[in-house]
Design a protein around this ligand. Sequence first.
Ligand SMILES: *[C@@H]1O[C@H](CO)[C@@H](O)[C@H](O)[C@H]1NC(C)=O
Ligand SMILES: *[C@@H]1O[C@H](CO)[C@@H](O)[C@H](O)[C@H]1NC(C)=O
Ligand SMILES: *[C@@H]1O[C@H](CO)[C@@H](O)[C@H](O)[C@H]1NC(C)=O
Ligand SMILES: *[C@@H]1O[C@H](CO)[C@@H](O)[C@H](O)[C@H]1NC(C)=O
Ligand SMILES: *[C@@H]1O[C@H](CO)[C@@H](O)[C@H](O)[C@H]1NC(C)=O
Ligand SMILES: *[C@@H]1O[C@H](CO)[C@@H](O)[C@H](O)[C@H]1NC(C)=O
Ligand SMILES: *[C@@H]1O[C@H](CO)[C@@H](O)[C@H](O)[C@H]1NC(C)=O
Ligand SMILES: *[C@@H]1O[C@H](CO)[C@@H](O)[C@H](O)[C@H]1NC(C)=O
Ligand SMILES: *[C@@H]1O[C@H](CO)[C@@H](O)[C@H](O)[C@H]1NC(C)=O
Ligand SMILES: *[C@@H]1O[C@H](CO)[C@@H](O)[C@H](O)[C@H]1NC(C)=O
Ligand SMILES: *[C@@H]1O[C@H](CO)[C@@H](O)[C@H](O)[C@H]1NC(C)=O
Ligand SMILES: *[C@@H]1O[C@H](CO)[C@@H](O)[C@H](O)[C@H]1NC(C)=O
Length: 610
Amino acid sequence: MWRRLIIASLLAGIAEFSHATSNSNNTVNDSKLQTWWHDSGVINTESPVQPEAVRQSHLYSVQVTNSVDQTYYDSFVYQTIPRNGQGNILIPDDLTSTTSASDGITIEETIGMTMSWSSFLYSADVWVKVHRLDGFSIVSDSFVIRPTNHNFTTSVTAGDLFIQVPFDEQGSKFSVEFNDNLYEFHDGCSDPTCSYVQDTTAEGPYYVEKFDDSMPLISVEPLDTLLIFASPFEDESLIPDQTSATSLVVSEGRISGLNTTNATTVIFGPGVYYATATDYLNLSATVSWLYFAPGAYVKGAVEYHTSSSLIRATGHGVLSGEQYVYQADPTYGFQNHNVDSSPLRMWKGTIPGGQQTTWIVNGPTVNSPPFNSMDWYGGLPACLVTDYKQVGGFFGQTDGMQAYPGSVFQNIFYHTNDDTIKVYHSDVTISNVIVQKGSTAPIIQFGWASRNISNIRVNDINIIHSRWNSNGSNPGLIGSNNLYDPSTTSTTAGNSSTADTYSTASDIVLSNIRAEGISGPLMRIYALENLSNITISNVWIEEFGSCNGFEDIGISESFMPAMTDASGNNVTVEGFVIENFVVGDEKVTLDTASTTGNLYWNAAFDVTIT
Ligand SMILES: *[C@@H]1O[C@H](CO)[C@@H](O)[C@H](O)[C@H]1NC(C)=O
Ligand SMILES: *[C@@H]1O[C@H](CO)[C@@H](O)[C@H](O)[C@H]1NC(C)=O
Ligand SMILES: *[C@@H]1O[C@H](CO)[C@@H](O)[C@H](O)[C@H]1NC(C)=O
Ligand SMILES: *[C@@H]1O[C@H](CO)[C@@H](O)[C@H](O)[C@H]1NC(C)=O
Ligand SMILES: *[C@@H]1O[C@H](CO)[C@@H](O)[C@H](O)[C@H]1NC(C)=O
Ligand SMILES: *[C@@H]1O[C@H](CO)[C@@H](O)[C@H](O)[C@H]1NC(C)=O
Ligand SMILES: *[C@@H]1O[C@H](CO)[C@@H](O)[C@H](O)[C@H]1NC(C)=O
Ligand SMILES: *[C@@H]1O[C@H](CO)[C@@H](O)[C@H](O)[C@H]1NC(C)=O
Ligand SMILES: *[C@@H]1O[C@H](CO)[C@@H](O)[C@H](O)[C@H]1NC(C)=O
Ligand SMILES: *[C@@H]1O[C@H](CO)[C@@H](O)[C@H](O)[C@H]1NC(C)=O
Ligand SMILES: *[C@@H]1O[C@H](CO)[C@@H](O)[C@H](O)[C@H]1NC(C)=O
Ligand SMILES: *[C@@H]1O[C@H](CO)[C@@H](O)[C@H](O)[C@H]1NC(C)=O
């Protein structure tokens, strides 16, 4: 059913293009549409780009119009690649410091995977024109736009694709995918311990000469992803005054002085900025607002030290972790350090505890996080996050943001390779999230520790791609994974007496979840506390893998087994409702729970399927 891609010929063409492009930069900035360009754009799918350069798509160009005369304006197409062309290295900027220790990337670099994206601001309907730079002539049945429920009107003219994007106050985020550019992820065998194999690069890892029937199909994903992020114009209240005496407008190039500034507001205008692989934006205690203007490209990671009760990160620019090694640790010379606590986060804050703090985030795109994307220490701010994007989440442990108590997340795109929608705290609302998922961890996660959590709403989740390489990689749309032991950085999988029956997770509604393509299971819940009044409503899974051997791997099975505390007291599960769960076009009933739904739970639990 899926057409195989001829990757070798594509790869062969790439290496020659490592030069600055001479594309036009006919951009627009009016009340209806704002696009931007980087003169330092460089096409290079193989190696790190210069600090002052921005990696540009080798395969796509994008133009946008909203005018009656159909004048199309350029919108820069950014690109990110696994490991940022540095390889699996341990020491900053030292491309010889390679390791075979896992960084969460298996075959993605070897097969030449890339992710491109283009962003613009709009206030009215637009047409987006997508052109293929490899000469491929787009025809009407050669593409799909995901999520597929956008229902955009499209047309094809002279080999280019035109997509009508109606104005939407929530913005529009979507993936444009071409049938000739799909990669099939296969596992090497149907044993639960197997992982991906590739048949493109004989000298690369996990090579097999060709896929055969013993190698189950796990997922189908674009080799060269193209994402379009259409955002409403920024609200004036989210744009700082750059003429204010308390604003610091950063100079382009090497970033410095942010740890000593007296400014309250730090502004990155359009342009390219970099902290280097051995520095970051360690903000002085006065700074509470960071602004990334549309067209700003900032290579670095952020840490706040303010005691302000209102902290902001706004603007539609990019914050990119591309210069860092995996798990770069500032307390370890920014070398790779395989621990949880000290490696860089793209967003970190060390703020006073016991104070009500709000962190407002609107607009930015985070690229290539080298580890967990966000953690706060001292206090936990309520996060009001809108129109946020994470791309290039190829490394392992590149999760989504934390939702601390009182948080509201809306209109998000996540490319992640770990826990994605993290609901570890009460009173949170998360809606309209589009997810493209790498190999590890469930999409909605509330486990790893016993918790008292309640009043959680997660709604309108579109999973456009997901893949898990094995039964052990915690597959699932919804997960409460086994107790995590920070001292050994491992889980207690297999130990069912790790729950805390003094704790309760209750009043949780997870609704309107769509998983396109081959999916993992609905849920894997190792209840680490009593569960009460949990509703999973309106879930559509397009298909579980049907290829030979997929079932033997066990990736599609849902579980909710019995758990006890250390003294043998049972966890209770009551009021656990799964309503309107559909696989393909078949609604799952109690009778078909295990067959169609692949659902298993401890018979003592109060579970309703309706
Ligand atoms: C791109 O636009 C900028 C700003 O408008 C201008 O300074 C620059 O010369 C243009 N570059 C090209 C290659 O057209
Ligand atoms: C775009 O237009 C707005 C409003 O006139 C202006 O504030 C902003 O500086 C412009 N941006 C660029 C990059 O020219
Ligand atoms: C797209 O079409 C489907 C099927 O007709 C419909 O259920 C869905 O609501 C539509 N989506 C939008 C955004 O209109
Ligand atoms: C600020 O950061 C720079 C590195 O960018 C460092 O050399 C300097 O010592 C720091 N200053 C303070 C006061 O921490
Ligand atoms: C910050 O303020 C202090 C005290 O007013 C002053 O001494 C210092 O020079 C200022 N530093 C900067 C970088 O402006
Ligand atoms: C970051 O800033 C904080 C507060 O000034 C300082 O304690 C810490 O050492 C800095 N971190 C690094 C890696 O320089
Ligand atoms: C399982 O976890 C419990 C609670 O942490 C612990 O007391 C027990 O020793 C563990 N059992 C095994 C076999 O590790
Ligand atoms: C959890 O369930 C157990 C078994 O029913 C019960 O004894 C315990 O009180 C419950 N805990 C809470 C916090 O309700
Ligand atoms: C949950 O709350 C109960 C009652 O206050 C407490 O005994 C238990 O330790 C709490 N659990 C956690 C994980 O904090
Ligand atoms: C669950 O819902 C029932 C019925 O509304 C309610 O009586 C019960 O208190 C709820 N349980 C929890 C732990 O909130
Ligand atoms: C998958 O893992 C679960 C949890 O460890 C286990 O119960 C199940 O048997 C495994 N399935 C297969 C097919 O190995
Ligand atoms: C705990 O659950 C098990 C089944 O999982 C059951 O056999 C046992 O009787 C339960 N214990 C209590 C005290 O309810």
